[in-house]
Design a protein around this ligand. Structure first.
Ligand code: AR6
Length: 340
């Protein structure tokens, strides 16, 4: 189900299938094609010779030989001629054809490079958008974990220029929290007058087994047997309130079905923060509700890190597309939402 953007060398990905951005001959080349052939070994070229090439926008499958995956799916992206020659449709088709071919072979995890975005010259932002559209369209009706592998840092080390409003928002939030901090530092003495230390606080260590102690124990036992609504209880309640099905929710949250059923079964399940935030996004919670849900899992949103600020930005702008949020998080080098 989930879709992740990762920075890696695709030949190192431990998935069922990796996709090769090949050319019509399928006989190797430079870029990711060259890297895959080198890592897989010469037997790959031998099998490729038997395939009779491949048309642009189509895909063919081979074994993966020395690579850690089971299959290589070879697809041929379009060359960029300015965008008026059906480039978009052909590129979309590369992803769709590769994914359906993978499905026929029982693949459950697959990794794509950014097809056509190297020597074929497709503008990276547009190539990325098409990849994301094609993959998420497929995932709406199919079960698979899909990785989009970005190789070179420059490709996506450009959060500031790709998302200028978000970069500005992060700057504002950092600046604000810095101002707050320096005000606190400067007003340290004032703060301490607000919260003075008790003048004569002395812990009572003389009592051996006092009654108050027993009372405190009883209170504790009582509190522990009357816990507040847990994370998973709040999640399930919100799913019902929103009129969603479980599947609507975990798909929208970029969460694997197995993980969701674990959360459903265990009322005290403790999710990771990206998982908890992913559910808040899927449920389209307000900022207050998001904070409440996170608190139940032991987390908060603050202005001290970019992850929290980016999430907050999207929530207050009522933009709940998790893939778009993940693209932004990726661009700013942050953890992505959801779980594979
Ligand atoms: N892992 C992941 N991504 C990579 C890797 C890697 N090891 N190496 C490069 N990339 P390109 P194309 C990225 O040129 O544009 C070949 O010669 C790279 O940064 O490999 O579809 C074929 O034989 C870029 O973002 O493929 C064809 O003739 C993306 O992979 C032609 O190039 C695609 O770049 C295909 O051109």
């Amino acid at each position: 189900m989930p879709f992740f953007i990762v920075r890696n060398d695709i030949t190192k990905m431990k998935v069922d299938a990796i996709v090769n951005a090949a050319n019509e001959t399928l006989l190797g080349g430079g870029g990711v094609d060259g890297a895959i052939h080198r890592a897989a070994g010469p037997a790959l070229l031998k099998e490729c010779r038997s395939l009779g090439g491949c048309e642009t926008g189509k895909a063919k499958i081979t074994g993966a030989y020395n690579l850690p995956s089971r299959y290589i799916i070879h697809t041929v992206g379009p060359r960029w001629f300015g965008g008026r020659y059906g480039e978009r449709e052909k590129l979309f088709s590369c992803y769709r054809e590769s994914l359906f071919l993978a499905k026929r072979y029982g693949v459950s995890t697959i990794a794509f490079p950014l097809i056509s975005a190297g020597s074929f010259g497709y503008p990276r932002d547009q190539a990325m958008q098409i990849a994301s559209d094609a993959i998420t369209t497929f995932l709406q009706g199919n079960e698979m974990t899909v990785y989009l592998v970005i190789f070179d840092r420059v490709s996506f080390q450009i959060g500031r220029s790709r998302f200028p409003q978000i970069a500005a928002y992060i700057d504002d939030c950092y600046a604000q929290s810095h101002e707050d901090k320096s005000r606190r530092d400067n007003e340290g003495c004032l703060l301490s007058t607000c919260f003075p230390e008790p003048a004569s606080y002395q812990p009572d260590i003389s009592a051996t087994c006092p009654e108050p102690c027993q009372n405190a124990r009883n209170h504790l036992v009582h509190a522990l047997s009357h816990l507040d609504e847990s994370f998973s209880e709040m999640l399930l309640r919100k799913i019902d309130e929103k009129g969603m099905t479980d599947a609507d929710c975990y798909k929208k949250a970029n969460i694997d079905r197995k993980l969701f059923s674990k959360i459903r079964k265990d009322r005290l399940y403790k999710p990771s923060k990206p998982t908890a935030v992913a559910f808040a996004i899927a449920l389209e919670l307000s900022l207050e509700e998001t904070k409440e849900l996170l608190m139940k899992a032991g987390f908060a949103l603050s202005h001290s890190n970019a992850f929290d600020i980016i999430v907050e930005y999207y929530i207050i702008h009522h933009q709940y597309n998790i893939y778009e949020i993940n693209e932004t998080l990726f661009s700013f080098d942050q953890n992505l939402l959801g779980t594979a």
